[in-house]
Design a protein around this ligand. Sequence first.
Ligand SMILES: *Cc1c(COP(=O)(O)O)cnc(C)c1O
Length: 526
Amino acid sequence: MPVDRSELNVESYCSTRSSARHFTFEYAITSGYAPDGGIYVPAGPLPLFTVSRLKEMMKMDFDQLAFAILRRFLPLKEIDDSQLKSVIDRAYSKFTTENRVEVVAPSSSPVSIAELFHGPTYCFKDLGLSMLCNLISHFTPPGVEKKRTLVVSTTGDTGPAALASVDRAANPNLNILAFFPSGGQISAFQRLQMTSLSGSPNIEVVEFCGGGDDMDKPIKVMQKDEDWMKEAGLCGVNSYNIGRPLAQMTHYFWSVFRTLESRYGKDCLDPSKTIEENGKFVNVVIPTGAMGNIVACYMSKHCGLPVGRITAGVNANDITHRAFQSGDFSKSAKMEKTLSDAINIQIPYNMERLLFYATGGDHDKIKGWYDEMDQSDSLQLDPDFVATLQTEFSSHRVEDNEMCAMIRSFKANHDYLVDPHTAVALVAAERQGYFDPVSNSLPTVVMSTASPCKFQHSITVAAGEGEWEAYYASKFPPAGKQLLERAKAGGIAEPVVWEASKEGFDRTQIEWEQSARRLIKEKFLL
Ligand SMILES: *Cc1c(COP(=O)(O)O)cnc(C)c1O
């Protein structure tokens, strides 16, 4: 007998690579990676939201929706209703719009745009991280003899969002160490968002001389040491942490609901029919890096949300695209510099979760594949499996010049300035045929993952100084302007810098791991 997923609540978590050991939700989100090197997923089948439940959920505001979704994933014995409500309240309290996420259709735009950037650091990372950090803070109350140290490596937006969330949590037991790569790999504004918070007793920011994900290995090595994990209370909060995809499901439900409504009206779902019989689906297009956001979309779909085709827009760092097109999931020789740095990625963590769900939850298969991946940084997916992926996913690799042309044309045609990552997704949407209303029976929503305010350099390259100045004068967020003025007045100190070892890359990673341990010990644990 198959389980009735419509009544199912998640009770525990396990690794993608084995279901032998079950973990509490608290354990899963406060560790990051599973002890066997896999990443956490809910143990057992995913809960299902029935059509009549979806119909109810369409009427909810964003915070109620977050509660309705998370309640099914967070065991009641670990967090009760009022505690969960208060976490949600705190997570979204600093968002600048009542709706948290605005789904807009700029004048004569062929697609809806989900503005996911109304959080405190102007990026969708705020949606996942503020929830995750507040959940961790909930499990680490002040006054208790237990400390947590969040560790995060960032190619741009994760660091600012995580630091801001920890700063606002103002919990003396919650510390954070954030790493970012040197040499202009993140924008000047993102850099300021981080360095401006450094100096607080529970925050440390380090600039390392390496490529975007060169800090991943030292972090992973630290996290494999279970004794040290315990001593330091280490939590990895990059999107391998299951708390992030879970929190991000809310914005897919919200965005798909709003897009359905605007196409078919408020009462468009018929609860006497299945979701297939209803036949109302929304295609989703996502600028994709570490794949945390695309996995949240995919999980939402598996929970019953009427998502049509899911399309990934990637830049020249195209591993996800190669995997979807031909099964070539192998690390490229080097990270390419692009004008959409936040999706510069060589190995996307969340492919493991996506493959897990796409194999129907086959732990053994994932373990086999990732033993190979961990050994050789390379995995070839077989053609039958790739064909299965292609029934649900599309992808497009977008070059910088195409991305820039989209920023210009979307502004010219729809009077709407998008950030470089959203522009990558828009190019993918256009290539998918979604800009042509005649050939498209389904509505489309494009995920706008960041505000243009974070990307002066890219916007200026794409659209010119004049466009940037006009934007700065009219739409630039006031708190962002204050930050820039504080920097101009010399009010923000430079971060610590970690050099690469002269003895080569392997040595560098060992040294960085040791330095990280030392720093955590001296600053947070003594
Ligand atoms: C992180 C980020 C992405 C990519 O999200 P993933 O979940 O890593 O795929 C896209 N756009 C922006 C602006 C980001 O900061």
